[in-house]
Design a protein around this ligand. Structure first.
Ligand SMILES: *Cc1c(COP(=O)(O)O)cnc(C)c1O
Length: 400
């Protein structure tokens, strides 16, 4: 099929839940993607913060192929070696004690919510516990994850949401304190808000919420689906704050392309779930777990977090310079290789121009361009990205 035929076939058969760019991606290599017409794109989106190792990494591909030839699925009624190894890698990397594997980030959030509810139920026997979430957060699209997602637009048509969810302002400890009551069983937020516009948590906020949780016997759930797995410059972003959550969620870069997510918890919390409480058919299957095992091995081998700290600093400096240079660039925010620039114009206009120039970027919130490149990028890749981005910003600036 040619490009036009593929787009027509997709448009006439898929449910129209996305306004897609008129581009058909065909293959990838390193930090570059190629469309069906052979055009090259520098990828600073990684398929939404997923492809941390870059495309077509031979060792990663070989590990997957080997597992495909061995065993792809078993069900959770049996053990398999990749799941055992992936669980060990995750507990070591996060400092948490136990892991439950899912197929997506959304399911990891669902599991985290269920775990928090069960833990609270075992403590007081009541079944009307509440959760505090944050405005402008994003935790997924299923009914539980959507209920804690602080975006009215995503929720409106799908009500009623699960009850007992209250929204505080991110980075505003007083607004959280106001909502706490005897029924509060958990507080959930992203250590760095991604979809909401790239807002890192303030240190005082995380520390304050942790203290509040300890005083009131509330669980702290950190959603690190986007900012975890090395993206912030440490394996998990909370590690840079010196604060430990009770439950953490992971996904996106965990499998670097193969769908896998996880929620992790401390021993004390994790033991609230017993056989029969929660389950999944695919979660923890050998193929997905083999991907995660290989991701951890390659992160180690390639010193990925060191690269993120180094190149992330450089990217941050480059993006900061845009605030000086362009009237339409208002601010820069981020940590490591999750960065954003806030614009005074619609980011979609800049992103469309970037695509013309061979650069893939995603927006976040209503006025932010997000930079979530593969974690193996070099300073040279950043320089090339800046050339393409500046060209787009020049063009859009001229039309303002
Ligand atoms: C992407 C994302 C999710 C949802 O993950 P899916 O794999 O799309 O289900 C949840 N939380 C955060 C912070 C995310 O960035």
């Amino acid at each position: 099929m040619n490009t036009k035929q593929i787009i027509e076939e997709a448009e006439s058969n898929l449910i129209h839940t996305y306004n897609r760019y008129q581009i058909v991606l065909d293959k990838g290599d390193g930090v570059r993607l190629y469309d069906t017409d052979g055009k090259e794109y520098l990828d600073f989106g990684s398929g939404i913060a997923v492809f941390a190792l870059g495309y077509n990494n031979k060792e990663y591909n070989d590990a997957l192929k080997a597992q495909i030839d061995k065993l792809i699925h078993t069900s959770n009624y049996f053990y398999n070696e990749p799941a055992a190894k992936a669980a060990k890698a995750l507990t070591s990397a996060s400092g948490m004690d136990r892991v439950f594997f899912t197929n997506s980030g959304t399911e990891a959030v669902e599991g985290a919510i269920k775990l928090a509810k069960k833990y609270a139920y075992l403590k007081d026997g009541s079944t009307d516990h509440e959760i505090i979430a944050m405005e402008h957060s994003f935790h997924g699209r299923s009914m539980g994850a959507l209920a804690v997602t602080g975006n009215k637009h995503y929720q409106e048509a799908f009500g009623p949401m699960i009850p007992g969810i209250r929204f505080a302002q991110f980075n505003n400890l007083a607004s959280v304190k106001e909502l706490v009551n005897d029924k509060t069983c958990a507080i959930i937020f992203e250590t760095i808000q991604g979809e909401g516009g790239v807002y890192p948590a303030k240190k005082e906020f995380i520390e304050g919420v942790r203290k509040l949780c300890d005083e009131k016997g509330i669980l702290l759930i950190l959603d690190e689906i986007q900012c975890g797995m090395g993206r912030s410059g440490s394996m998990f972003a909370f590690q840079q704050y010196g604060v430990k959550p009770d439950i953490v969620t992971s996904a996106k870069a965990l499998g670097c392309g193969v769908p896998i997510g996880a929620f992790m918890a401390t021993e004390q919390v994790a033991k609230a779930l017993v056989p029969g409480d929660h389950g999944t058919t695919y979660g923890g299957n050998p193929l997905a777990c083999a991907a995660a095992v290989e991701v951890f091995r390659l992160f180690d081998k390639l010193n990925v977090t060191d690269n993120v700290k180094n190149v992330g600093k450089y990217l941050e400096t480059q993006l900061k310079s845009l605030v000086e240079k362009y009237d339409i660039v208002k601010a820069q925010r981020g940590m490591g290789l999750i960065q954003g620039i806030e614009l005074t114009v619609n980011p979609k206009d800049v992103i469309a121009k970037c695509l013309d120039n061979g650069l893939i970027l995603f927006s976040a919130g209503t006025n932010v361009i997000r930079f979530v490149p593969p974690l193996v990028i070099t300073r040279d890749d950043v320089d090339q990205m800046m050339v393409r981005l500046k060209k787009a910003l020049d063009e859009v600036s001229q039309n303002v």
